[in-house]
Design a protein around this ligand. Structure first.
Ligand code: 4NP
Length: 158
């Protein structure tokens, strides 16, 4: 069976991209699509830290455990390692494009591109807000993850 290596990327790698990783794992398993997943941040602020407790809690509420993830910074090598690099917002995408090598194996896109509702184009950064923002983030990530896994499933070559 074909598998895909997928890296989710946000700024700090403690709120959105770890949540996206956990949600993609869950959605892909349910749909029978095999993904090898990791997440990273464009910034180095939180290297080695677990996800933000508010992200852990929001995901725990839907039975997804992201508590064992550890933050890391994205590297140029990631562009040779992964099939897909999924940016959470346009600033992440801009910063990723700056370091993307010319012979990148990875397809670099905004994650929200896979959901046709325009308001899902960017996954808003919930870091400076309250629990509502984390619930909203979870809702957007679930909708986009569903659309992304559907895209992989319908374009598979097995
Ligand atoms: P994330 O959220 O990019 O979704 O992980 C943030 C986490 C930390 C910071 C900003 C955004 N920060 O400035 O420390």
């Amino acid at each position: 069976m074909k598998s895909y290596k997928v890296l989710t990327v946000c700024l700090g790698n403690i709120c959105r991209s770890p949540a996206a990783q956990g949600i993609l794992e869950s959605v892909a398993t349910k749909r029978g699509v095999f993904l090898e997943l990791d997440s990273a941040g464009t910034a180095a602020y939180h290297i080695g830290n677990p996800p933000d407790s508010r992200s852990i809690k929001a995901l725990h509420q839907v039975d997804i455990d992201i508590s064992r993830q550890k933050a890391r910074q994205v590297t140029k090598d990631d562009f040779h390692e992964f099939d897909w690099i999924l940016a959470m917002d346009s600033e992440n995408l801009f910063n990723l494009k700056k370091i993307q090598p010319k012979n990148s194996k990875a397809t670099l896109v905004m994650f929200g591109e896979f959901n046709d509702q325009a308001k899902f184009g960017e996954v808003a950064d919930p870091y400076y807000g309250g629990d509502d923002g984390f619930a909203e983030m979870r809702k957007h990530l679930i909708a986009i993850a569903d659309a992304f896994v559907h895209h992989l499933h319908s374009n598979r070559e097995d």
